[in-house]
Design a protein. Structure first.
Ligand SMILES: *Cc1c(COP(=O)(O)O)cnc(C)c1O
Length: 426
């Protein structure tokens, strides 16, 4: 591992001031060993660290930076908004402009409310589902992440169809008890859960293409059951598209797959790199949100003008350029190259990919849920991660995360990633 003394010193300093030295645990490199790199700047498809090294960035701020860093139109839009003040606590026309863009893009959304983080979007969607149905229980799937909401921070894993067990101290058993955790793609378990408790279930919350246990695709049967069972039992189907929204298609996974959720949570790309997220759905359901309806939800910085400017310019650029066919082609090039390398080096692997989102699991697989994802050789992943880092490729620092390409990851950069992987796996 090459030494990065400035990052090391900055990390030591931060650890005395901030828990673990980071403001979000995924950044601490706990899963791969070693210390996090401190970043001084980002440009295009690259990150630059304090020690003057540069890296091909395959995390894109964990999803938002689909246009690459410092896109000129996004920067200009933020600068223009900045000149008019940073926050008013009063409505602006920009909010309706972004709302219109979201409604035009995402098939199932007729009305949308802006919030400040994906966590807040998921949390508000759950409250809305409970308020709308008058029911208390929710279903989530092991390995899916919906932010650090108490009732959703329940991964269970083992006792799959029993009541949830909190993932973190500080979450009450009562809070976890209303969360039913099932295996992703678990059709039988889903049917059983609805049979047992169908009329007390407010909603099913799911990442339609899961990214937070590494990338895992839903089966068509699983998606069909999600829609049929929720409809039949009067529960809402909530798609958490915080990661997949504007990533897999302009209209997210639901456009790509042709699905119709009742409520959708959005985040990451929608803020164009600023802290912003949203939830939306049909006019009927969204009309329950205060002040149109009784379900309370509020935010001092919600609809922030800088975030609106970044979001509008990002979505307009995606709409105008339709980068999705090219992202798919480049994703395919990367997938083919990595497959060839793993076969050549005789590395047991499973590569799951959807467009510009992908995960290379070190397991023969297949990887279809959290249990099978966990069969991966995480020690091997840790070595691979650092070998790639030393070759100038910045991967997500855990086996159980998706990597992201941006529109700036062209053929030449993709081929550099593939050859770095070849050297790292040698
Ligand atoms: C990132 C993410 C969240 C949480 O968003 P934050 O902005 O980090 O709060 C929720 N759901 C999914 C699917 C995510 O990927």
């Amino acid at each position: 591992m090459i030494s990065r003394p400035r990052s090391s010193a900055a990390f030591a300093h931060a650890k005395a001031l901030i828990p673990g030295g980071v403001n979000s645990p995924a950044r601490a490199f706990g899963a791969v060993g070693g210390e996090p790199l401190f970043i001084s700047r980002a440009h295009g498809a690259h990150l630059h660290d304090l020690d003057g090294n540069s890296y091909i960035d395959l995390i894109g701020s964990w999803g938002p930076m689909i246009l690459g860093h410092g896109h000129p139109k996004v920067q200009a839009a933020i600068a223009e908004a900045l000149a008019r003040g940073t926050s008013y606590g009063a409505p602006t026309e920009a909010e309706s402009r972004l709302a219109q863009l979201v409604i035009d893009a995402v098939p199932s959304i007729e009305m949308v409310r802006f919030v400040s983080s994906g966590t807040e979007a998921a949390m508000s969607a759950i409250r809305l589902a409970r308020g709308h149905t008058g029911r208390e229980k929710i279903i989530k799937f092991a390995g899916c992440y919906h932010g650090h909401v108490d009732s959703l921070l329940v991964a269970a894993g083992s006792a799959a169809t029993t009541l949830g067990v909190p993932t973190s101290p500080g979450i009450t058993r009562a809070n976890a008890a209303d969360t039913i955790v099932l295996p992703f793609n678990g059709c039988q378990e889903l049917q059983d859960a609805f049979k047992a408790a169908g009329d007390s279930i407010a909603c099913v919350m799911v990442e339609p293409v899961a990214g937070n246990m590494g990338l895992v695709m839903p089966t068509p049967e699983f998606r069909r059951l999600l829609r049929d069972l929720t409809r039949r039992h009067g529960a809402l189907l909530v798609y958490d598209e915080v990661m997949t929204g504007f990533r897999l298609a302009l209209g997210g996974a639901q456009e790509l797959l042709g699905d119709e959720p009742d409520v959708t949570a959005l985040g990451k790309i929608i803020g164009g790199g600023l802290p912003m997220a949203a939830y939306g759905g049909s006019r009927e359901v969204m009309s329950k949100v205060m002040p149109a309806g009784p379900v309370f939800q509020a935010g001092t910085l919600s609809g922030n003008p800088l975030a609106m400017a970044a979001g509008i310019s990002t979505l307009e650029e995606l709409k105008a350029t339709n980068p999705y066919p090219r992202l798919e082609a480049l994703g395919k090039r990367l997938e083919d190259g990595l497959r060839a390398v793993c076969l050549e080096k005789r590395v047991p692997f499973t590569l799951n990919r959807c467009g510009s989102m992908w995960t290379l699991f070190f397991t023969p697989g297949p990887v279809t849920d959290y249990e099978s994802a966990k069969t991966s050789d995480t020690k091997k992943f840790g070595r691979f991660f650092w070998d790639m880092m030393d070759r100038g490729v910045y991967l997500p620092c855990s086996q159980f995360e998706a990597a992201f390409n941006s529109v700036l990851h062209d053929e030449a950069l993709i081929d550099r990633v593939i050859s770095a992987a070849g050297e790292s796996l040698a």
